[in-house]
Design a binder for this molecule. Structure first.
Ligand code: FAD
Length: 353
């Protein structure tokens, strides 16, 4: 069965919900299709000890402040899930959970959205599928011969799952530092943290609030045609959240250079050093989940879809929200997605009227 609607939003995480809030304000008819069985997007799958890097009042979607979590300056992931579930309900957003979109294609003056439970013909589509479902693993020699376990950030839950094991955590970003710190502070696994270049910690007093300030200043500079300051990336890679700080200051969080290959039983460095390993945890990032957009043939070099703001240059009825800086500064954060969501909804309203 094919249904008609003004706008289909693909993905019901924070980006999809922010889009819904602004589409409603524009008076548009829309449907949000979300593959997940329950509200919360990727926050439902984060590891137990993960806390936001900003306080609640700097982690809010448009219209409703995130409530403070009692006893926590930086809310945990479960608190974010509760907030998103409440947000969805409070604004009565039409989210169909458990509905996976397989393809978006052109169909005359409309876009046809094919999902596992049916099809929708829409005047515009906002894609907000995030990156969590596309973990990235680098092509390191020997990955196929290693007989131990290889996991990714998406598989990690808690240190107890690794008690007594020799674990190598790969990655010099926030996930790598936090997971290595989680295991090191627990003390029941033998942890080696490896990073392709020496880790770059942000100053201890910089949290998500300061980072958002830097991202905003960068956007203003770019809007005004001034030189790009490099934004957040110019400051460092790792926010020194309390557990990372504790592990770093106590000593166990020291990084080793990246090994050159995996062997059947461990890892080997260029200088001939070897270590036996039970589990490698690849904290090596994500790629945007864009497979459903393949029929539109929009992907350019590096797999990205060229956009102006959120709008696809090759298909003006399509907007992308929340994947990273290329769809708007800080658009892949809770506080940052509101502005690009508002801009996308305004442009779609203008297009459909
Ligand atoms: P997601 O939350 O991934 O939501 C996408 C939704 O789309 C999911 O529900 C998924 O099921 C659905 N979907 C995917 N494919 C399809 C499809 N084909 N059809 C239908 N539905 C589909 N940001 C902050 O602001 N503060 C932080 O402290 C912070 N910490 C982070 C820590 C980690 C470890 C990570 C990975 C990210 C962090 N972020 C943080 C960044 C960001 O806020 C999150 O990644 C957030 O989940 C992105 O929201 P999203 O809506 O874009 O994507």
């Amino acid at each position: 069965m094919t249904r008609r609607t003004g706008v289909v939003v693909v993905g019901g995480g924070q980006a999809g919900l922010a889009a819904g809030y602004h589409l409603r304000r524009q008076g548009l008819d829309f449907t949000i299709l979300d593959a997940g069985p329950a509200p919360g997007g990727a926050w439902q799958h984060m590891w137990d000890s993960l806390h936001l890097f900003s306080p609640a009042d700097h982690s809010s979607l448009p219209g409703r402040l995130m409530p403070v979590q009692p006893g926590e300056t930086y809310p945990d992931a479960a608190h974010v899930v509760d907030y998103l579930a409440d947000y969805e309900k409070r604004y009565d957003l039409p989210v169909q959970h458990g509905t996976r979109v397989d393809a978006v294609r052109r169909d005359g003056d409309r876009l046809l959205v094919d999902a596992d439970s049916g099809s929708w013909r829409a005047g515009a589509v906002i894609s907000a599928t995030g990156t969590w479902s596309r973990p990235f693993l680098p092509a390191v020699p020997g990955r196929g011969v290693f007989t131990g376990r290889q996991l990714h950030t998406v598989d990690y839950r808690r240190p107890a799952d690794f008690s007594g094991q020799r674990v190598v955590v790969v990655g010099g970003g926030n996930s790598g530092a936090q997971i290595a710190a989680d295991l090191a502070l627990d003390g029941n696994a033998e942890v080696t943290w490896v990073t392709p270049r020496p880790p770059r910690f942000l100053a201890d007093d910089i949290d998500g609030r300061a980072l958002f300030g830097v991202a905003t200043a960068r956007r203003r500079a770019l809007d005004a045609g001034r030189t790009d300051t490099g934004g957040v990336a110019s400051l460092g890679d790792i926010v020194a959240v309390p557990p990372v700080r504790a592990a770093r200051d106590a000593g166990p969080l020291t990084a080793q250079p990246m090994f050159s290959r995996l062997t059947a039983t461990g890892v080997r460095w260029d200088d001939g050093r070897q270590a036996g390993v039970d589990t490698v945890i690849w904290c090596t990032g994500f790629r945007p989940a864009l497979a459903h957009l393949a029929p539109l043939e929009l992907r350019g070099p590096g797999g990205r879809i060229a956009t102006e703001g959120t709008r696809s240059l090759g298909e003006p009825r399509l907007h992308l929200l929340g994947y990273g800086d290329w769809t708007g500064p800080a658009s892949a954060t809770l506080i940052g997605v509101g502005r690009p969501a508002r801009d996308a909804a305004r442009q779609i309203a203008a297009l459909l009227r």
